[in-house]
Design a protein around this ligand. Structure first.
Ligand code: SF4
Length: 226
């Protein structure tokens, strides 16, 4: 585990060239091949900071793809997406909304944990646009292989990366947007934002709204139009 990545300008390697994972993505991707190749990715400087690449998980042909921002502290250690506290909220929300997690593929826009030290703790840092752009070839390859019917962006970072910089989750959550990425694309909050609410009542309200946003998905999978 290293903490040296902040030593150069973020997103810009020493030579000035643009960072990208593109050169690491196999030409004929399979999920297993992508996962293996991504484990050795040095497409941007974030590999120096995270413990390991945290690639997406789920079945090829999964109906729903859920896309978050980046792995968190626990995901970084486990090497699996959405296994920490936010992952537990996601699992619970999916179940309540009637979405079978086995039919879902979960991943992140950025595959390495970006953090800064504060005492003994590793504090999440939001990835910048250069880092998201560098890592994007992995997400594009995952979408190409999985071919989900529905993509749900979890939180503003994923929504702005996949839908557009002007997208505002607070105003447009739960709405379908036109996208070449999948038949149905929508966004809701990131489950970690539910945990950050100021009190239990606010957490409950935000969780209920999150589940409501997810409830639009099962009818789509049963062939009903929104
Ligand atoms: S964050 Fe993405 S592009 Fe950067 S090293 Fe990790 S996998 Fe590669």
């Amino acid at each position: 585990m290293r903490a040296s990545a902040a030593s150069h300008t973020e997103g810009v390697p020493a030579g000035g060239e643009t960072e990208s994972a593109a050169a690491y993505v196999p030409e004929r991707p399979t999920l297993a091949g992508l996962r293996e190749a991504a484990a050795g990715c040095r497409g941007c400087h974030l590999w120096e900071r995270g413990t390991q690449t945290v690639f997406g998980e789920g079945a090829r042909g999964a109906d729903v793809m859920l896309v978050g921002e980046q792995p968190g502290d626990q995901e970084d250690v486990a090497g699996k997406p959405f296994v920490g506290p936010a992952g537990r909220i996601l699992d619970q929300g999916l179940e309540e909304a009637g979405i079978d997690r086995r039919q879902a593929y979960v991943t992140n826009v950025v595959k390495h944990f970006k953090w800064e030290p504060r005492g003994k703790r590793r504090i999440h840092q939001k990835p910048n646009w250069s880092e998201m752009a560098a890592c994007r070839p992995w997400l594009d390859a995952e979408i190409e292989v999985v071919e989900p019917d529905v993509i749900v962006c979890l939180g503003a970072t994923a929504a702005q990366a996949l839908i557009g910089r002007d997208f505002r989750v607070s105003r447009q959550r739960g709405e379908f947007v036109e996208s070449p990425l999948a038949r149905y694309v929508l966004a809701t909050v990131h489950p970690s934002s539910i945990l950050r609410q100021r009190d239990e009542a606010a957490r409950e309200a935000e969780y209920a709204a999150f589940v409501d946003d997810l409830r639009v998905v099962p009818p789509l999978l049963n062939g009903r139009s929104p």
